[in-house]
Design a protein. Structure first.
Length: 150
């Protein structure tokens, strides 16, 4: 999960760099970035929803077990993937030679997307990861590099 968070944050940095350079962007960088967005989010979300979230839910106490946070995170995954499609479409167009017609609007779009991703990563890092690490000995061993008895 830490590796995936790092990849998401690197994506955010790349998107921020593009937004900061508008309207004079590196077209090749737009293509490279655009082609990484959807696969990264799809793979990350699948891993989180099938591996991380079940461990997190199991680690919650009865008082915490309304699972509202997990429902919100799953909803954010859907929203992020829809937004990712729009961002990808814009960056691919620019990468293939379409002019940046409205730099302010595109910058606003990019910033909205990467700031949302950063907030999502921050929440998972602060709230989900500590529970998962302490709940699952296999995860603890993976993070520390120590073998487990499992």
């Amino acid at each position: 999960m830490q590796r995936l968070h790092g990849e998401k944050l690197r994506l955010c940095k790349a998107l921020e760099s593009i937004a900061d350079a508008l309207p004079n962007v590196d077209r090749f960088n737009c293509l490279v970035t655009a082609n990484s967005i959807v696969p990264l989010l799809r793979d990350t979300h699948l891993f989180e929803e099938t591996v991380i979230f079940p461990v997190y839910e199991d680690a919650l106490t009865l008082q915490e077990a309304d699972f509202a946070s997990i429902r919100r995170l799953r909803t954010e995954h859907i929203e992020d993937e829809c937004f990712a499609d729009e961002v990808t479409e814009q960056l691919l167009g620019i990468g293939h030679g379409r002019p940046v017609e409205n730099a302010e609007a595109l910058g606003f779009m990019l910033r909205g997307f990467f700031e949302s991703l950063r907030r999502h990563v921050a929440f998972e890092h602060e709230h989900v990861m500590p529970r998962v690490i302490f709940a699952d000995p296999q995860t603890r061993a993976f993070d520390t590099g120590k073998p487990t008895s499992r």
